[in-house]
Design a binder for this molecule. Structure first.
Ligand SMILES: O=C(O)[C@H](O)COP(=O)(O)O
Length: 314
């Protein structure tokens, strides 16, 4: 009997074809609900997930034959990995599959902000030809602070090469990564020197609301603030206040505390509408990692880590 792999999100057809070629039976249910997953799970060997669904203890308990979970993406906050592993279920993620896309998006938002591309474009659409009010700032010679030096922090660093910036990176759990390109730094050094700060952190109890009022007040000068990691790492109320007070030069946000617009509370709607009105804020709907290339690299790396495909990187 072929082993069934339940795919719970929209994926590149490459994954379905590859699983079939490797003798698996893909069960493709991109709109599946939690209840439906739990009903199907007893006959499933492999589970492919994104942030669409929470993989908690109850779900894992229904996976009697479940051998592995493949996360198409980086963040593992919705999977109870410790419990899965205690049941002998292997969990793999694929931050290496979408980090280039995220690094490019962080750079794109930064360039967009520093040269008033969004603002001047919106003005032109209204027939306003404004040059002086849109005079930009060069990245050349500036200091970029990177908080979190995992896959996406490193990818952003790579994309910044060629801009002649000084890069300071902070990672609570890493050391010894000083190179000619990047200098390992304390948060205090970043606060004191940065012109740009970019978050590349997973969402954990420790990082929740790490960017709060104290954080925004700590910078010596108004920085451009980028977040392509997780919305809940930022206290949105503090962010809005910092923008309002001119403590930030601008913000590029791909992620938000609540990403389901239909469920916004009145306060969340007010904050979001305020951000939308600011010309020095660029917002995107959590698409930083959503490149066509990532849609193949993520499942490819997941299958490689599970030993279903040979490792293409050695
Ligand atoms: O964690 C990630 O890799 C990205 O945020 C994308 O996750 P998602 O597409 O599963 O929401």
């Amino acid at each position: 009997m072929s082993q069934k792999v339940l795919i719970t999100a929209k994926v590149n057809p490459w994954l379905l074809e590859t699983l079939t070629a490797k003798g698996f039976e893909p069960v493709y249910q991109p709109a599946i609900t939690t209840e439906e997953v739990m009903a199907l799970l007893p006959e499933i060997t492999g589970l492919i997930v994104t942030t669409r669904l929470k993989v908690d203890k109850a779900m894992l308990d229904s996976g009697h034959r479940l051998k592995w979970i493949g996360r198409l993406g980086s963040g593992m906050e919705l999977i109870d990995v410790a419990y899965a592993e205690s049941k002998g279920i292997t969990c793999v993620s694929s931050p290496d599959g979408n980090c280039d896309a995220v690094g490019e998006q962080a750079l794109g938002m930064l360039l967009c902000l520093r040269n008033n591309i969004l603002k001047s474009n919106l003005e032109l659409r209204k027939g306003i030809w404004e040059r002086e009010g849109n005079r930009g700032w060069e990245l050349n010679g500036k200091t970029v602070g990177i908080i979190g030096f995992g896959h996406t922090g490193q990818a952003f660093t790579k994309k910044l090469q060629g801009f002649d910036v000084k890069i300071l990176a902070n990672d609570k759990y890493k050391s010894g990564f000083d190179t000619d390109v990047v200098k390992q730094a304390s948060l205090e050094e970043i606060y004191a020197q940065a012109d740009v700060v970019s978050l590349h952190l997973p969402l954990t109890k420790e990082t929740h609301h790490l960017a709060n009022t104290q954080f925004f007040n700590a910078f010596a000068k108004p920085v451009y603030f980028l977040n392509t990691s997780r919305g809940k790492v930022v206290d949105t109320t503090a962010l809005v206040a910092a923008l309002d007070a001119g403590k930030l030069a601008g913000a590029g946000l791909d992620v938000f505390e609540n990403e389901k617009m239909a469920t916004f509370t009145p306060a969340e709607k007010t904050q979001f509408d305020y951000l939308l009105r600011l010309p020095n804020v660029v917002l995107t709907p959590h698409i930083a990692g959503y490149s066509h290339e990532a849609s193949i690299k993520m499942p490819q790396y997941v299958l490689e880590k599970l030993g279903i495909l040979p490792n293409s990187r050695i």
